[in-house]
Design a protein around this ligand. Structure first.
Ligand code: PEP
Ligand code: MG
Length: 879
């Protein structure tokens, strides 16, 4: 038996999405439920994968199976494919297992040729309609299948509109459409191509084109941005056409069963009378809100409301539905889980539980942790005076400022050069995806709340304003006019995705209000998770923010950041430049009270919760000026005839900077090595920690410091460093009459530390994985060099499936971590182990940390909610 590659809608179910793609599986499910779905069939994703495996050949037997399915379709519709007397027309649409909105191709009205178009005109007694369908088909086919440039087609259509003095395509007469069709066919011929008149050939070419559309540049960019594997392939859905363009009792639209921006109950969507297919999604005409359908087509509207309720109930989630009304009869063309903003995701999850449609566990599984970061994003300060130059539709919340750019390529280029940009377009198409990825936000002059830009931006959590028709954009000239104001490429603008405002210049931002839904859902997450969640924070303000976001402690307080403050740096430099220990001692004595104040602040902000304070880690040259700049400065001073003493002082500094230079600072004199070579530095820091503790205890507070030693690779390093710290601890606490023990632990961020974790655990009271350095040293990659020079190439060549500095490399770095946990806990049962590298806020890495039994993850304050939810999901998944 040859493999089955084609399934009629009557043969599938929602569970078959891997085989039939999301669209195919849901069309089958709706058919099974007896809903009004035009009949059709699906070519499986297996066929698409075979197509690629064989280097672009349709799998054997596929066309026979398609032929048989077409016969079935002819039988149920009573029409004939290519039969001028009663032509069967079909749509050919892509549909992968994971949703990739608008990324792949669609062809409508397939089956039309000169003869069937005439037949359709006779049958419907509507020549205008038949020719409109034919010209749309030629246009889509020429674009998607033949790859012709549509610019010339648009020109022909524009000429026809001008000749007839009409504004919209649907006002064109039959006579003029006849001319348009002839013009299109001439264009195809002029390009040296022949427009196929045989419907079976049209279908074969269209199926291949949809397969190919899986691998267009825009689809690849989208998959990379969403981490969708490249080898899934797409299914192809072939469905009998229904027509939304037969007159004023027809139309087409998109409806969400609830508001995808806020999650509010009640349907939400858009509708166009007398229009076909992609007109709504493509943003070519700005449609009317769905409520307008209640007046235009009241019967179909009521039926649509019923079907929305039924589908939402059936799937137990908010649905995004495409429909067409043909001559007053409603048809469903697609349903899928609706993409939503983070705020809506929270509200929907919580509402569905309170409506008893799902359990809290399901609600937790349903929210994407990465999306949570966006609810914490800031909005425009309501008190601020802003220069609003236009208003559009608030399509995706959050505020963004950046340089205006008018082309996706320009957005990408400017972003690569380090600029923040706002992509401004009349509308976006899937070909603009790289520009959207690169931009901070998107602004369009056309389109509604469900146009391409709106859907993609919401999904990516980027601010977006659409349908801002006051903007007159001239992308070619690199400018846009808005009344009197002209914005040129590179001008700073801001958009407010919450209100639709377009603002000249940058805007002051304020912190978000956390909603009740957020609190409820994260409350469930906290109850469900096993991992603790801490934050990386170096200032009391950050610590307070982290605490507000739910952090249960500070997992990493990087003390070097405290040394960088403008009032500290000169003293730090004095300490580094000192000739001897006595000189260093003098500078350190001045740093001590400042550092003690820092620790008091942070311990007080986290009162009652643990704060892991890491002793100084970076190489000392990071605190000194750059040698080249210094050398230029000296030349300049000489040139200007400055006093010799001044020049000599800078020269001495340069000498010291040069003396401290290292070939590989990342592997040089840093971390505990620094503390062992200059023990006074760590002694000062330890004294500051313990003195801060004493001060807070005296004030009746409950400080919970933990001292952490960086970059330990050997037991001996830890032993000497720790002994020195314990000596200071005893000294400070004894003098103050305080009975306390502050845990002293270590980072595990070198492979050797993981390999000898048992030896290290004998002395360390806790471990914290520094996976930034552990990834660098395990791979032998310097992070900055790798990311600047070759990481993207490695990802393109699929040498790596993800950037190991963002998502933990489980097979290598992860194996070392597991070994470290096992060895460490063998030597010290119950050893507390956490992670404080960047990976501590990455959901996939958090899942791994849960599986290897870590006690907590620590991440930046804004990712704390992400980590709380990801930790709950890991527990629900693995137990
Ligand atoms: C680490 O290496 O993972 C770490 C947290 O330390 P830093 O990033 O400060 O080197
Ligand atoms: Mg480190």
């Amino acid at each position: 038996m040859p493999e089955r590659l084609v399934y009629a809608f009557t043969d599938g179910t929602a569970q078959m999405r891997e085989l039939l793609g999301g669209k195919g599986a849901n069309l089958a499910e709706m058919t099974r439920l007896g809903l009004p779905v035009p009949p059709g069939f699906t070519i499986t994703t297996v066929a698409c994968r075979d197509y690629y495996r064989s280097g672009g050949k349709l799998p054997q037997g596929l066309l026979d199976q398609v032929g048989a399915a077409l016969q079935g379709l002819e039988a149920v519709t009573g029409k004939g494919f290519g039969d001028p007397a009663n032509p069967l027309l079909v749509s050919v649409r892509s549909g992968a297992a994971v949703s990739m909105p608008g990324m792949m191709d669609t062809i409508l009205n397939l089956g039309l040729n000169d003869a069937t178009a005439e037949g359709l005109a006779r049958l419907t007694q509507d020549r205008r309609f038949a020719l409109d369908c034919y010209r749309r088909f030629i246009q889509m086919f020429s674009d998607v299948v033949m790859g012709l440039d549509l610019g010339r087609f648009e020109g022909i259509l524009a000429k026809a509109r001008a000749a007839e003095g009409v504004a919209d395509d649907h006002q064109l007469s039959a006579g003029s459409l006849q001319g348009v069709v002839a013009g299109y066919l001439r264009e195809v011929a002029a390009a040296g191509r022949k427009f196929p008149q045989d419907p079976l050939e049209q279908l074969r070419l269209a199926v291949e084109a949809v397969f190919r559309s899986w691998n267009t540049e825009r689809a690849k960019v989208y998959r990379r941005s969403q981490r969708i594997p490249d080898d899934l392939g797409t299914a192809v859905n072939i469905q009998a056409m229904v027509f939304g363009n037969t007159g004023s009792d027809s139309g087409t639209g998109v409806v969400f069963t609830r508001d995808p921006s806020t999650g509010r109950p009640g349907i939400y969507g858009e509708f166009l009378v007398n229009a076909q297919g992609e007109d709504v999604v493509a943003g070519i005409r700005t449609p009317m809100p769905i409520a307008g359908m209640a007046e235009a087509l009241p019967g179909s509207y009521l039926r649509l409301l019923d079907l929305c309720e039924l589908l939402e109930e059936h799937y137990g989630d908010m649905q995004d539905i495409e429909f067409t009304v043909e001559g007053g009869q409603l048809f469903l063309l697609q349903t899928r889980t609706g993409k939503r903003t983070a705020a809506a995701a929270l509200r929907l999850a919580v509402d569905f539980v309170s409506e008893r449609r799902i359990e809290p566990e399901q609600a937790l599984r349903r929210v994407d942790p990465a999306q949570l970061e966006t609810v914490l994003h800031r909005g425009i300060d309501p008190q601020a005076k802003v220069n609003v130059v236009a208003r559009g539709l608030p399509a995706s919340p959050g505020a963004a400022s950046g340089l205006a750019v008018f082309e996706a390529d320009a957005a990408e280029a400017r972003a690569a050069a380090g600029y923040k940009v706002i992509l401004v377009r009349p509308e976006t198409t899937p070909d603009d995806i790289h520009g959207i990825v690169a931009a901070q936000g998107v602004l369009t002059s056309r389109g509604g709340m469900t146009c391409h830009a709106a859907i993609v931006a919401r999904h990516m959590g980027k601010p977006c304003v659409v349908g801002c028709d006051a903007l007159v954009i001239d992308a070619g000239a690199g400018s846009c006019a808005c009344g009197e104001v002209v914005v040129r490429e590179g001008d700073l603008i801001s958009i407010d995705g919450a209100t639709g405002r377009v603002i000249l210049g940058a805007v002051p931002l304020v912190e978000p209000e956390l909603s009740e839904d957020y609190r409820v859902l994260l409350g469930w997450a906290d109850a469900a998770r096993g991992l603790g969640v801490r934050a990386n924070a170096d200032t009391p303000a950050d610590a307070l923010k982290a605490r507000q976001f739910g952090a249960e402690g500070i997992g990493l307080c990087r003390t070097e950041h405290m040394f960088m403050a403008p009032d500290r740096l000169p003293v730090v430099q004095e300490m580094i430049l000192a000739e001897d220990a006595a000189g260093r001692g003098k500078a350190l004595a001045r740093l001590l009270p400042m550092q003690r104040g820092d620790f008091e602040g942070i311990l007080e902000a986290m009162d009652g919760l643990p704060v892991t304070i890491r002793l100084l880690d970076p190489p000392l040259h990071e605190f000194l000026p750059n040698a080249e700049e210094l050398s230029l400065e000296i030349q300049e001073l000489r040139h200007r005839g400055r006093p010799a003493a001044e020049v000599a002082q800078r020269e001495a500094l340069l000498k010291r900077v040069r003396a401290l230079a290292e070939f590989n600072p990342m592997l040089g004199l840093r971390g505990c090595r620094l503390g062992l070579v200059y023990p006074e530095i760590y002694a000062m820091q330890a004294r500051a920690v313990f003195a801060a503790t004493v001060n807070l205890l005296k004030r009746g507070r409950d400080p919970q410091p933990e001292v952490m030693i960086p970059l330990v690779g050997m037991r001996t390093e830890l032993e000497q460093t720790r002994d020195a710290i314990l000596t200071v601890m005893r000294d400070v606490f004894d003098k103050a009459g305080v009975e306390r023990h502050v845990p002293v632990g270590t980072m595990i961020e070198l492979p050797r530390a993981a390999l000898v974790a048992d030896e290290i655990a004998e002395l360390a009271e806790f471990f914290s994985y520094g996976t930034n350095d552990l990834t660098q040293t395990t791979f032998g990659f310097s992070r900055d060099d790798a990311e600047a020079k070759f990481m993207h190439r490695y990802l393109d060549l699929k040498l790596l499936s993800a950037n190991p500095f963002a998502t933990l490399d489980e097979r290598g770095v992860g194996r070392l971590m597991l070994m470290g946990v096992e060895l460490g806990r063998k030597a010290r049962p119950g050893l507390k182990v956490g992670i404080c590298g960047e990976h501590g806020g990455d959901p996939a890495s958090i899942d791994f940390c849960h599986r290897i039994g870590l006690d907590y993850v620590s991440c930046s304050p804004y990712r704390v909610p992400v980590a709380r939810l990801a930790a709950a999901q890991a527990k629900l998944k693995h137990g």
